[in-house]
Design a protein around this ligand. Structure first.
Ligand code: HEM
Length: 454
């Protein structure tokens, strides 16, 4: 293997940098990147981990060398237990077949249908709020995105199940993070507290998704929900997905399709609450283009500033702060050796805050995303959804959802996070604020409740 050895911190003789990485991953990765350069190396337990920061290297790994840099084996092992062989956990021919069969579910015409659900559910949520009340907006956004994904995916109203599924998903996230931090993972049959909770959560999600699939069986004609489309999908040889495959894909989309968006929305409320000049400009655009009527998919093309705000939110506080690849053979990136089998981190958080690619990175500036601004950006510099063939499957869904929810809420509310609130970022599978995010309901015009009371 050619290439030079990547530099990095020595760390503790026994543990390497394990504790620094575990205790403050955002700060530690930023430090390693700034101090040791674009391809850096640090030790977690007995293993060398690599961190890539430069957009050129990120792009290289996601596109040119995509056949070598796959999802890590640890992710496959942890996720397969409950996601089975879905899009997130498959590789090679299996992934290509699934991706081809599933892509139509995200076509523009289907997104149009999903858009009405996104707007209607947002208004339904806001209608139930009262002026002046304090809410936990993280919890509200998690409930909202879960209900949206259930309605678009299964054509089901899960208002009753939302809390049960949400709690089970949270347990799974926590257990997975704990697993990643264990030097030797416990086998799943081991009677530990974590394994017991995990099995319970898997059982809960399986039974709810299983019930929704049963309800839909033999009743897919003319329906445009994702589940019906998965059941009707055919591969190149005319073959349909097996029951197990439909089930695995449904759980995968359920899992991948709401948490990250909810975290993205929560951070967006924080950013907008702290930048009244951006909010004012956004509301002026919404008032001029949409007025008081509900936002529609067809409005989005006339709302360029809304799109810029959403892009900047995902740069400034990316909900997926890191993802991991693993080379299946010895590789070279940017002239540095990357040995077979090592975890390679790509961190939107670190790359998005590198002043070489984003001047004044800690300022929240949607103007970075004007047409000219976008043209000047390096490929691989804005990576909240990853990129290349394994780009987020729900990228268009999520960008539509973020714009419609943020747009609809800003039409009606002035997002307000108490001035003395400083959120602590928890960087687990996705980045979220510890303990949620307080949010004061301030209607721009009288709320439905206030109007009724008068
Ligand atoms: C703001 C919201 C979202 C963000 C930031 C996000 C981010 C990401 C990222 C970074 C990946 C790559 C992970 C990796 O390589 O390890 C990914 C993959 C994926 N995402 Fe998303 N995602 C979002 C919303 C969604 C939604 C709404 C859906 C489904 C409706 C979804 C479904 C998926 C799936 C199925 C994959 C696996 C794709 C594959 O491996 O081929 N995501 N997402």
């Amino acid at each position: 293997m050619v290439g030079i050895k990547a530099p990095g911190p020595r760390g503790d003789t026994l543990l390497g940098s394990t504790l620094d990485f575990k205790d403050s991953p955002l700060e530690f990765c930023t430090y390693v990147s700034r101090a040791y350069g674009d391809v850096a190396r640090f030790r977690v337990g007995p293993t060398d981990w690599y961190l890539l920061t430069h957009p050129d290297h990120v792009w290289d790994v996601m596109t040119t060398q995509a056949d070598v840099f796959l999802k890590p084996r640890i992710a496959h092992r942890l996720w397969r237990e409950f996601l089975g062989h879905g899009l997130l956990t498959s590789e090679g021919t299996e992934w290509r077949r699934q991706n081809t069969m599933m892509k139509p579910t995200m076509h523009r015409t289907n997104l149009d249908g999903y858009a009405d659900v996104m707007v209607a559910y947002t208004h339904r949520m806001v209608d139930a709020w009262s002026d002046g009340e304090r809410r936990n907006i993280h919890r509200d956004m998690t409930g909202l995105t879960l209900q949206i994904v259930a309605k678009t995916l299964f054509d089901a109203d899960v208002a009753g199940d939302a809390k049960t599924v949400g709690d089970a998903m949270e347990v799974l996230q926590q257990v997975m993070v704990e697993h990643i931090h264990l030097p030797i993972p416990l086998p799943s049959w081991w009677p530990s507290e974590g394994n017991r909770k995990k099995l319970e959560a898997v059982h809960t999600i399986r039974s709810i998704v299983g019930r929704l699939i049963e309800e839909r069986r033999g009743n897919t004609e003319g329906r445009t929900d994702l589940l019906s489309m998965l059941m009707d999908a055919r591969d190149m040889d005319g073959g349909a997905m097996s029951d197990q495959e439909v089930y695995d894909q449904a759980v995968t989309l359920f899992f991948a399709g709401h948490e990250t968006t909810a975290n993205g929305l929560t951070w967006a409320w924080y950013a907008l609450a702290r930048h009244p000049e951006v909010l004012a400009k956004l509301q002026a655009e919404l008032d001029a283009v949409v007025g008081d009527r509900p936002l529609r998919m067809s409005d989005l093309k006339d709302l360029p500033y809304l799109d810029m705000v959403v892009h900047e939110c995902l740069r400034y506080l990316p909900p997926v702060w890191v993802y991991i690849k693993e080379p299946t053979q010895d590789a070279v990136v940017g002239g540095y050796r990357v040995p077979k089998g090592v975890p390679v981190l790509i961190s939107p958080w670190v790359t998005h805050h590198d002043p070489r690619f984003w001047p004044e990175p800690d300022r929240f500036l949607p103007e970075r995303f004007t047409r000219e601004g976008r043209m000047a950006q390096l490929r691989g510099a804005w990576i909240p959804f990853s990129g290349g063939a394994r780009v987020c499957f729900g990228k268009s869904f999520a960008l539509t959802e973020l714009r419609l929810i943020i747009g609809s809420m800003c039409q009606r509310l002035d997002p307000t996070v108490p001035a003395d609130h400083w959120p602590t970022k928890v960087a687990e599978l996705s980045m979220h604020p510890r303990g949620g995010m307080p949010f004061d309901v301030v209607f721009r015009k009288p709320s439905p409740q206030t109007a009724v009371a008068k």
